[in-house]
Design a protein. Structure first.
Length: 175
């Protein structure tokens, strides 16, 4: 999915993405996910992970927290399936450049926080779905999956999905 594909199929040739159009990509990914899982995927209500993975809680204003910079971005969605809470992260960078490079690096830290959280809470049944669509980010998926393989404890392996919508659709519900 490159910028031209996005403009033809999601943006429908409309105004440049950004500003008031910022949510178009996330809304498209949410609709695709809802078709895959067969249920509504509401927003997460500001659920965030601490960088060290010790806490997953609702944080509406991270900058008002005593230590503001330890909180991840909030999850984009959540839903329950087969008695497990699924927390969703959508990304669809539509080109290359500085913002997308920052996104790629921040994703690494976000995945490490997910790994630390599951490793520290093996009794937790949460599943993290990280849906990374777009030509730019798809090339990094194998590197992210390697990070999971190297760092997840055996008991929680398979509870973090990193891939695109197409792969999720092929693997669901066995992610």
């Amino acid at each position: 999915m490159d910028r031209a594909w996005i403009n033809r199929n999601i943006n429908l040739g409309g105004a440049r993405l950004g500003g008031g159009n910022t949510m178009l990509l996330e809304n498209w990914q949410r609709c695709v996910l809802e078709d895959i899982v067969g249920c509504c995927v509401p927003k997460s209500d500001s659920l965030r992970l601490s960088d060290d993975g010790t806490s997953l809680r609702r944080v509406t204003r991270p900058n008002s927290e005593p230590v503001p910079f330890i909180w991840s971005e909030d999850f984009d969605g959540r839903f329950n399936f087969q008695e497990r809470r699924h927390l969703v992260n959508f990304k669809l960078p539509n080109s290359t450049g500085g913002n997308q490079s920052r996104t790629a690096k921040l994703l690494y830290h976000f995945f490490m926080a997910q790994i630390r959280y599951l490793n520290a809470n093996p009794q937790c049944t949460d599943v993290f779905l990280n849906i990374l669509d777009g030509d730019h980010i798809s090339g990094l998926i194998p590197a992210y999956q390697n990070v999971l393989t190297q760092n997840l404890n055996a008991g929680v392996n398979g509870r973090i999905f990193v891939g695109d919508s197409y792969t999720l659709n092929r693997q669901w519900p066995n992610v």
